[in-house]
Design a protein around this ligand. Structure first.
Ligand code: AMP
Ligand code: GLY
Length: 439
């Protein structure tokens, strides 16, 4: 088996807790570090018994995800064999290039390949060049020209700041006035800063949305079970958008045939195209899709695992995650048979009062141990910190209450039973996560 590995996860949310959990279950992993992590990302070594026991110990390191020099110094000092990068910002800023230059292995795309998420304008031209199905669009850097365009086009529009805006840079207007106000917000008031230097105006598409993520070594594409996120804060998809209030996988609306179709028309051409253009893509490639009457269309690419999609996809993976990640880095993904367990997983986000607006911090969280003792339940921490021994709220999305089951219905039932044991003042969560999959 060789020597056991030491891994570092970069990031601090529920996705990173799920990655730390999955890697700690690998018999090939000796120690997990998370920088900077949260209250959930530290545990002692546990026997790898039972379906959910983590395994290798995990510790937090107080280094920020954007402090590459400190991360590299720490990776050398702690003799890290593999670093896995959770969020998009360090990827877009070139963390993988920096690690490579320092002689370290990091899982994720280089800065050049991460442009597929970091620049929506780049992604649109790239898709046009490679005939990848997406909405019609135009890009603008001048407000007047953009305004003239939305006044002229015959289709409904969606307005997007081209750069990274923490998932908030997309506005879906319902009227002409709202469209013009959106342009003013991004281009004149500069609500998203330099992310709005360039604006993409695209045709509004209609249909159901789904996320298809894939592992890739730059050649081979291995799709994961399709997931559905729940972005609006309130039940029935009402209210403002959030980072995601819950998810489930697999999404039954993506049939095996449709998944093949998405690999053939979207994911494989994207990976081939980036390689052909000198920016080979290694990592997780995430396609946000609209399933229109005319077929799947790309709404966006992300250059990483989704949050909260990772929290439902990773518990379904039967393989040792370490094997899959290493195969991506070594260009041998074609030799790995990636298997998924039957059944389904659901995650319900417990959020702070006021989220996605301003919210209080520091509220004590109760009931985690009781909730995670239930069968099939995993509690991933997102915005939490420790005050003494007690976890307290420290972010908008606080906990990801995750469950697996024989089907979505059972997973949903378990997740909501678990959330019934949890409490913090002002806790809010959606009551309808997964119902779309049960209709
Ligand atoms: P994005 O970050 O580009 O995925 O956009 C965020 C959300 O905006 C998506 O999840 C969709 O709900 C919506 N959206 C983006 N592009 C379009 C489009 N062309 N048509 C309709 N809705 C869209
Ligand atoms: N759940 C959406 C994202 O990770 O971008």
């Amino acid at each position: 088996m060789g020597t056991r590995k030491r891994v570092l996860i970069v990031g601090s949310g529920g996705r990173e807790h799920a990655l730390a959990w999955a890697l700690s279950r690998s018999p090939r992993v000796e120690q997990v570090y998370v920088a900077p992590g949260n209250a959930g990302t530290s545990w002692p070594a546990t026997p790898r018994s039972g379906p959910w026991a983590p395994g290798a110990p995990c510790v937090r390191v107080a280094v920020a995800a954007d402090d590459f020099d400190a991360l590299i110094a720490m990776a050398h000092q702690k003799q890290i064999d593999l670093t896995v990068v959770g969020p998009e910002n360090p990827l877009a800023a070139g963390i993988v290039d920096a690690f490579q230059a320092a002689g370290l292995r990091a899982f994720g795309p280089t800065r050049a390949a991460a442009r597929i998420e970091a620049s929506k304008a780049f992604a649109k031209v790239f898709m046009a060049r490679h005939h990848i199905p997406t909405a019609r669009y135009a890009t603008f850097t001048e407000f007047e020209a953009a305004l003239n365009h939305v006044r002229r086009v015959e289709y409904d529009v969606v307005i997007k700041a081209s750069g990274l805006a923490a998932g908030k840079g997309v506005i879906v207007p319902n009227t002409q006035d709202e469209a013009e106000a959106a342009l003013r917000r991004i281009m004149v008031e500069r609500a998203f800063g330099t992310a709005g230097d360039e604006v993409v105006i695209e045709e509004r598409l209609y249909g159901q949305e789904a996320s298809v993520l894939a592992f890739t070594d730059g050649y081979t594409v291995v799709p994961m079970p399709a997931a559905q996120d729940h972005k609006p804060i309130f039940d029935g998809d009402r209210g403002p958008n959030t980072g995601g209030m819950g998810a489930y996988a697999p999404a039954p609306l993506i049939t095996p045939e449709l998944l093949d179709d998405i690999v053939r028309t979207v994911l494989q051409p994207t990976v081939n195209g980036l390689r052909a253009e000198g920016a080979p893509y290694v990592g997780v490639l995430y396609a946000g899709l609209m399933l229109t009457d005319a077929g799947p269309r790309v709404l966006e690419f992300n250059c990483r695992f989704g949050d909260p999609e990772a929290q439902v996809i990773l518990p379904l993976l039967e393989n040792d995650l370490m094997d899959v990640l290493e195969a991506c880095l070594e260009g041998t993904l074609d030799r790995v048979a990636v298997r998924w367990r039957p059944g389904a997983a659901v995650t319900v986000v417990a959020a702070s009062e006021g989220y996605p607006g301003p919210y209080p911090k520091g509220r004590p969280i109760y009931g985690v141990q009781k909730a995670e003792a239930l069968p099939g339940v995993l509690i991933f921490h997102a915005g939490t910190e420790l005050r003494g021994d007690r976890p307290v709220t420290a972010g908008g999305r606080v906990l990801n209450v995750t469950a697996i089951g024989d089907d979505v219905r059972q997973a949903v039932k378990r997740a909501y039973e678990a959330i019934g044991h949890l409490y913090f003042e002002g806790m809010q969560y959606r009551k309808d996560i997964g119902t779309k999959a049960m209709m």
